[in-house]
Design a protein. Structure first.
Length: 411
């Protein structure tokens, strides 16, 4: 391990230190199902009805009674049953009912024979395959039983969950209020996106990127703009952010040479849990507590800011909204398609392109230059190549871990 990284907190230690301090913010409100996309369930939701609510056919075919079946018998068709138009009237003994998928079963039906297992005869149909009781029947409550929990508290509602609730006739539900996150950047060299650049200035892409990711996570963003490198202005920005928000995120001002300045203000207004991590890119990352909110200080380099947000801030926000699953990104194994340069000492999140080769095996290659200022690497990438802290350079063909980008980084 490199000597200058020996005292740095590992990523896993930092994640654990953050998450174990957090308590979910459970303020809730009732919203319409049509306004619930991206929101988090405030409490468990139970089904108000059985699904299906009646016994019905799982196939297009013929409803039969086991007592009517004899070998090589031709059974007349007594009528038809469709979804929304059930068979009505008496069902004569020794006959079948033509039935479509989803149609209610006629009274007394023991099984449904799929139409592929029948042959048409002038007098009716002949069954050509063995029949057992209960086949091709969907029973009441087979999918969901009335009173059964369908979604736990802490579930993000999306295209899989909302149609499920709609199918149960649920039109309103209780969700958590959006987390309020205040963001600002520090640095006299920064200019807001879209404004003319002055001499020596650069665009504040960090705050723009963080805002986009926060909106994708369903947060309410309080944008305090760019704060000058001035102690009084910075102190006021922290105090104002703490007054308005659940979480305060700053970008810049936490690297070597700037840390003492920002650190003194943070220690005056709150407490700092840790300051530097054994992660590349992203070593200068700060986490702590202000009077009313949690604080995360992201590095000034754009790639470093995005990586630390993804690996540390994202699970923190999920925990604050009570989510208990999919907190950490899922990792897969892939073979390196090329040499990946690395020095031991810090876990390295290189930007990569994941593909499946002609043999069906996952392979990954780098997007190229991996400098912490090269944000174009994210536009080319679809995953992180996660290289362990003590690992050195990776040769082609070696196994590596990868993390596919979630929707936070993708379109």
């Amino acid at each position: 391990m490199e000597p200058f990284t020996a005292g740095l907190l590992s990523l896993e230690e930092a994640q654990q230190a953050m998450l174990q301090q957090l308590t979910p913010i459970l303020d809730c409100l009732d919203v319409s199902l049509f306004e619930a996309a991206g929101r988090i369930t405030a409490r468990a939701i139970a089904s108000p009805l059985n699904v299906p609510s009646f016994d019905n056919s799982a196939m297009d075919g013929y409803a039969v009674r086991m007592a009517d079946l004899t070998s090589d018998s031709v059974l007349p068709v007594a009528g038809k049953a469709f979804a929304g138009a059930p068979f009505k009237g008496a069902w004569p003994a020794g006959s079948v009912v033509r039935i479509m998928t989803g149609a209610p079963l006629p009274e007394g039906c023991d099984a449904v024979v799929m139409q592929e297992h029948t042959e048409q005869r002038d007098a009716g149909i002949m069954i050509t395959a063995p029949v057992h009781a209960g086949q091709n029947i969907r029973r009441v409550g087979e999918d969901l039983q009335a009173g059964k929990t369908v979604l736990e508290a802490g579930v993000r509602l999306g295209a899989a969950e909302l149609p499920l609730l709609a199918s149960l006739g649920i039109t309103h539900l209780s969700v958590l209020r959006k987390l309020r996150v205040a963001i600002f950047s520090t640095g006299d060299e920064l200019q807001a996106v879209g404004e003319p650049l002055g001499e020596g200035q650069i665009y504040d892409t960090n705050r723009f990127a963080v805002s986009l990711m926060l909106h994708k996570l369903g947060c309410e963003v309080i944008d305090l703009g760019v704060i000058a490198d001035d102690p009084a202005q910075l102190r006021h920005a922290f105090a104002e952010a703490d007054r308005q928000a659940d979480v305060v995120i700053s970008t810049g001002g936490v690297s070597v040479g700037e840390a003492d300045f920002t650190k003194a203000i943070l220690e005056e207004l709150g407490t700092i849990s840790f300051w530097k991590l054994a992660i590349k890119p992203g070593k200068p990352f700060a986490f702590g507590r202000l009077a009313n909110s949690w604080f995360c200080g992201l590095p000034g380099n754009p790639v470093s800011a995005a990586v630390t947000f993804y690996q540390l801030v994202q699970p923190m926000l999920a925990t604050l909204t009570g989510q208990t699953t999919n907190i950490m990104p899922l990792r897969l194994r892939a073979r390196a398609a090329e040499r990946l340069k690395k020095s031991p000492g810090r876990i390295d999140f290189q930007r990569g392109i994941l593909r499946r080769d002609e043999d069906g095996e996952l392979t990954v290659r780098s997007t190229g230059a991996q400098g912490s200022h090269i944000f174009s690497s994210f536009a080319l990438a679809d995953c992180f190549i996660v290289l362990e802290r003590d690992r050195g350079t990776v040769e082609p063909g070696e196994w590596v871990e990868v993390e596919r980008f979630s929707s936070v980084l993708e379109g």
